[in-house]
Design a protein around this ligand. Structure first.
Ligand SMILES: Cc1cc2nc3c(=O)[nH]c(=O)nc-3n(C[C@H](O)[C@H](O)[C@H](O)COP(=O)(O)OP(=O)(O)OC[C@H]3O[C@@H](n4cnc5c(N)ncnc54)[C@H](O)[C@@H]3O)c2cc1C
Length: 313
């Protein structure tokens, strides 16, 4: 029995949860733990992606839900003893998994890129050192195994499952631990395709030289109908918002084409984009590590190369 934590995002299941459900249905019978306001079409989608059962966690209201959610899941897990509980690497997923680890006294393995069940034990695959080394971790503690998976580790594919059986579980009162409330939500307005879903991503790094020159990345992206991304260096410098950051502490992307402009290729950036189908790098330093992962490389100044590309397009 495999459980998948599913949080609501904009009135639907968070996309990473659909990736997890797709994987989970290859491991056994799947129950989705759904946190949010749901309706029949959301439940039908969870069924389509593999959930035979849904436990709808209700009553979060405006409170920050992780403490109460972990408490509810701990009680349910003690009663039903699933082999594995999968979380996506989102803020709330990580928050709930960490708290659950303490409540159940079980280890949690994060950043998983794959997971298997062998003789009832979870075997987790992680990539370290920028994906140059693969490690496998077997959880020998008693079930449930708690695993947080990276976004895009699995491709989300509907499996044609029917409507799931839905039950409700109210979130308990956890006192002060659950007393923080959400007062406002802010969504960055962005035009063009979403970074995590775009088929082409053009990203810029410190090699652009200044915040104003990020416009080169935006113009190239507009020509290609691409999303724009960035390194942490230029996010920290305040050139672009955090929502654009690709890498270990930003977003993971897997587009068909990733164009890196003035990016050195630090390991923490590579883990967020190295699985792109084709990587094109523009860097004036022929020794830049980005060329080690690039399929095509242009050694040159971004201020010369990118305008020429824009003109040609
Ligand atoms: C815990 C931790 C987490 C991190 N998480 C992330 C993360 O999520 N994402 C991330 O990106 N980084 C992350 N970092 C930071 C990371 O280590 C690097 O510092 C960062 O990726 C470097 O960004 P950059 O390539 O823009 O800058 P730099 O490393 O300064 O590289 C700039 C590149 O531009 C080239 N260049 C300079 N001028 C030009 C020009 N005119 N034309 C062409 N090329 C030029 C240079 O040759 C150089 O290769 C993290 C670091 C830590 C410690």
């Amino acid at each position: 029995m495999v459980w998948v934590f599913v949080q609501e995002a904009n009135g639907a299941a968070d996309p990473v949860a659909l990736e997890l459900l797709t994987k989970a249905r290859t491991l056994g019978s799947v129950t989705a733990l759904y946190l949010g306001e749901a309706n029949d079409s959301v439940f039908a989608q969870l069924g389509d992606y593999g959930a035979a059962n849904v436990i709808h966690l209700t009553g979060a209201g405006n409170s920050l839900p992780a403490a109460a959610t972990a408490s509810a899941i701990a009680a349910l897990a003690t009663e039903h003893n699933p082999a594995l509980i999968l979380f996506g690497s989102t803020y709330i997923g990580r928050d709930v998994a960490g708290r659950l680890s303490v409540r159940l006294d079980r280890p949690v393995v994060s950043n998983a890129v794959d997971v298997a069940l062998e003789d009832g034990s979870a075997l987790i695959t992680n990539e370290i050192f920028g994906g140059t080394k693969i490690i496998k971790t077997a959880i020998t503690a008693s079930s449930p195994a708690l695993v947080i998976a990276r976004p895009k580790a699995f491709a989300a594919e509907p499996g044609g499952g029917g409507a799931p059986h839905v039950t409700e579980a109210g979130l308990p009162d956890v006192g002060h631990a659950g007393s923080a409330t959400i007062t406002d939500r802010h969504t960055e307005t962005a035009s063009g395709p979403k970074l995590e879903e775009a088929e082409i991503v053009v990203s810029g790094g410190r090699g652009l030289g200044s915040a104003e020159k990020y416009e080169l990345v935006e113009s190239l992206a507009a020509k290609l109908r691409a999303a724009t991304g960035a390194t942490r260096a230029i996010v920290d410098a305040g050139w672009v918002p955090y929502a654009k950051q690709v890498g270990q502490t930003g977003k993971t992307v897997k587009p068909k084409i990733y164009i890196a402009c003035g990016i050195s290729g630090a390991m923490q950036h590579l883990v967020g984009m190295k699985d792109s189908d084709t990587i094109i790098a523009i860097n004036k330093d022929p020794e830049a590590p980005i060329f080690d992962v690039a399929d095509l490389g242009i050694v040159g100044d971004v201020h010369n190369v990118v305008p020429k590309l824009i003109e040609a397009l």
